[in-house]
Design a binder for this molecule. Structure first.
Ligand SMILES: [Zn+2]
Ligand SMILES: [Zn+2]
Length: 337
């Protein structure tokens, strides 16, 4: 059997012929399995969507309850059989509800990891390595230069700055799904007990996290008239809002940005970021390699990011590898919004 008999790249995305399902398809299909709620993976308009309950909830928040004709929630670890293919979902540690998808067929196992990270994050669950023959890995930060520091260090930098400049607002750009809520949890867990202010574009997803029992602290929407009074406050907003007029009403704002790309000084400078925070929801270089080894896979397919570098690394380890070059997947850590 060839791996391609079970799973193959197509223009719509990864396709499993025996089960007739697509994983994270870019275009509407009759049956989709969705790894997580980021908009490049989770699109509206499929006939049926199988995903974790949290991912289905996130899709409903973003696209409305009718984002698909049929919702099929699946719990972590349960196996659903479709035409002889055993399908199961396992935690990916990327954002709330995020999953790796395992396809087992005729003694062969393929795991599609979606996006994943290994650093602890109580808002996203803990990645579980799954033994498999074929592992499909992302490579967003698939270059040796990317080594994410402990997240607590980065949050401490933010809190130190807020204490040092009590008259200046601290505007933190963070992707609205996952990164924003993780930051709130980190700030809260670091002992910060003052209100954390948020931009309106982040409110509904934040409420969804809270509705799932995730404590984020004292979260308040920014009232437009109140911006001038928020000296010393921490304000979390979509990265795009930092360039907009909205941000200029805060007192002498310190601009911060939470992203794995902040490891590259030139990127921070180019965006006019005063306080770069290296906080990423993707595995760094060391964790990509460690994860691939832990799966025991004899073959690895690499998607979005530095595909060639990770493919080369796999080959040096005696693991067969190839870049997938799937188009349509973005990189939420670098996106403007
Ligand atoms: Zn993602
Ligand atoms: Zn992605």
């Amino acid at each position: 059997m060839r791996p391609e008999d079970l799973i193959c790249p197509t223009p719509q995305g990864l396709y499993c012929p025996p089960a007739d399902v697509y994983i994270d398809p870019m275009r509407p299909v009759s049956r989709a399995l969705i790894t997580h709620g980021h908009s490049d993976h989770a699109r509206a308009g499929h006939g049926a969507v199988m995903a974790t309950e949290e991912t289905l909830g996130i899709m409903a928040v973003r696209y409305g309850e009718d984002f698909t004709e049929r919702q099929q929630p699946i719990a972590f670890g349960d196996v659903v059989n479709i035409n002889g293919v055993g399908i199961s979902f396992h935690p990916a540690g990327h954002v709330l509800g995020s999953a790796q998808i395992c396809l087992a067929w005729k003694g062969f196992r393929a795991v599609v990891s979606g996006d994943y990270k290994r650093l602890p994050d109580r808002t996203a669950g803990t990645f579980e390595p799954i033994r498999c023959n074929l592992f499909v890995s992302e490579a967003t930060f698939g270059l040796p230069v990317f080594r994410h520091p402990p997240t607590e260090h980065e949050v401490a930098k933010l809190l130190e700055s807020a204490a040092l400049f009590p008259e200046r607002a601290h505007l933190v750009g963070a992707y609205p799904l996952g990164k924003a809520q993780r930051l709130m949890a980190l700030v809260h867990d670091a002992g910060y007990d003052k209100p954390i202010y948020i931009h309106g574009a982040i409110a509904r997803l934040t409420e969804f996290y809270q509705s799932r029992g995730i404590a984020l602290g004292d979260i308040r929407p920014v009232a437009l008239d109140d911006r001038k009074n928020l000296g010393g406050a921490i304000v979390i907003c979509p990265p795009s809002a930092m360039q907009e007029a909205w941000s200029r009403k805060f007192p002498d704002p310190v601009t911060a940005f939470a992203s794995g790309w902040m490891r590259v000084r030139a990127r921070a400078k180019q965006r006019g970021v005063e306080l770069p925070l290296v906080v990423s929801d993707h595995a760094d270089w060391d964790d990509l390699g460690r994860t691939i080894r832990e799966t025991g896979a004899e073959e690895v397919w690499v998607t979005h990011g530095a595909e060639e570098a990770l493919v080369h690394w796999c080959e040096t380890q005696g693991i067969a590898a190839r870049p997938l070059r799937l188009v349509g997947y973005g990189d939420e850590e670098g996106e403007a919004a």
